[in-house]
Design a protein around this ligand. Structure first.
Ligand code: NAD
Length: 309
């Protein structure tokens, strides 16, 4: 494969200005910002993008996704057309890890109700036994890839008792017990926090639904930084309504943006962020690093890093 020109699709502007990435790559390759939904792809050998456009099937040799999840991309079609797909797995651990710690502290130290009260100019201290500390609370991290490990590092540094769920079930440093996916209910049963960090694939679609919420503690907090459809959102609403769960911090949703009429906006113990858990001012630099690494690998004939197809 030869890559002498790269188009940066405007869709990346949901996460950073495309011009920043263009400027970070100009010394390595011919690069321009494009609108792949409308512009012809012909002069470009590759695209860096967030969105998928049908024209990629005929127009480019290589697509680099600025996200870790590739659920937007038709991997079988790409394979059939001989288009290489790489993703940005490996760059989100610190940002998402810190966001998850922020969520946990918001619940434990009662910052969530304090912020809500502040918007009404209300001086409203929590009940004496409402606040708690994170140390020694049990936290179950489902998915121990880049995100999961970023969360493990930070939760264990704060003294949480960390367990996890991993496809292989093999042990991992700082995780007291690693369960295979078949033991999900045992893993989540006694956890104050259940954090979802798995990719969205057939086996993780609605991984968390009525039975899983029933298996969780009724004061447990569900944290979803994976993908919306990993959680059965209607079942989550029912569990919160029935006070069968303590609360939730949600960055991702079955429909994004979360529709105004969603009942999730209304719950006191729900913290909503608009799919930005991985945001950082370094995002475009981290993506540029991966693209550069693969440009070198193409030149030297080595395998792509983060190759999906
Ligand atoms: P990764 O590929 O490094 O890790 C995913 C891990 O999940 C792998 O270790 C895999 O073996 C494991 N896994 C897959 N199916 C599983 C199952 N059924 N049970 C347990 N583990 C399973 O990917 P990552 O960078 O950690 O990202 C994970 C997902 O998080 C992405 O696919 C993406 O959808 C999402 N994500 C969200 C944000 C955000 O801003 N909210 C940012 C980055 C990634």
């Amino acid at each position: 494969m030869e890559v002498s020109s790269i188009g940066i699709d405007r869709s990346v502007s949901a996460v950073f200005p495309p011009e920043q990435l263009r400027d970070a790559l100009t010394d390595a390759v011919e690069v321009a910002v494009i609108d792949a939904g409308n512009d012809p792809l012909e002069p470009y050998d590759a695209v860096v993008t967030m969105a998928y456009h049908e024209s990629y099937l005929e127009g480019v040799h290589w697509i680099h996704s600025i996200q870790a999840g590739v659920d937007r991309f038709p991997v079988d079609e790409l394979r059939k057309h001989g288009v290489t797909l790489t993703n940005s797995s490996g760059i989100h651990g610190p940002a998402v890890g810190e966001t998850v710690i922020g969520y946990m502290l918001s619940f434990a130290r009662r910052l969530l109700p304090a912020v809500k009260s502040q918007t009404h100019r209300e001086w409203s201290p929590p009940a004496w036994d409402d606040a708690y500390t994170l140390a020694n609370e049990r936290c179950c991290i489902v998915g121990l890839g880049t995100l999961g490990r970023g969360i493990v590092e930070r939760t264990s540094a704060l003294g949480l008792n960390v367990v996890g769920v991993r496809r292989s079930g093999e042990p991992l440093d700082e995780v007291r017990t690693v369960y295979p996916p078949d033991d999900l209910h045992t893993a989540i049963r006694d956890s104050k926090f259940v954090v979802l960090a798995v990719p969205l694939v057939d086996e993780t679609h609605h991984l968390m639904s009525t039975k899983e919420f029933a298996a969780m503690r009724d004061d447990a907090i569900l944290i979803n930084v994976a993908r919306g459809p990993v959680v059965d959102q209607e079942a989550l609403g029912d569990a919160l309504e029935a006070e069968a769960l303590g609360g939730a911090a949600l960055d991702v949703f079955e429909a994004e943006p979360l529709p105004e009429e969603s009942p999730l906006w209304e719950f006191e113990e729900v913290l909503i962020t608009p799919h930005c858990a991985g945001f950082t001012e370094d995002y475009y630099r981290n993506v540029a690093g991966l693209v550069r690494e693969n440009l070198v690998n193409i030149d030297t004939g080595e395998e792509f890093v983060n190759r999906i197809v």
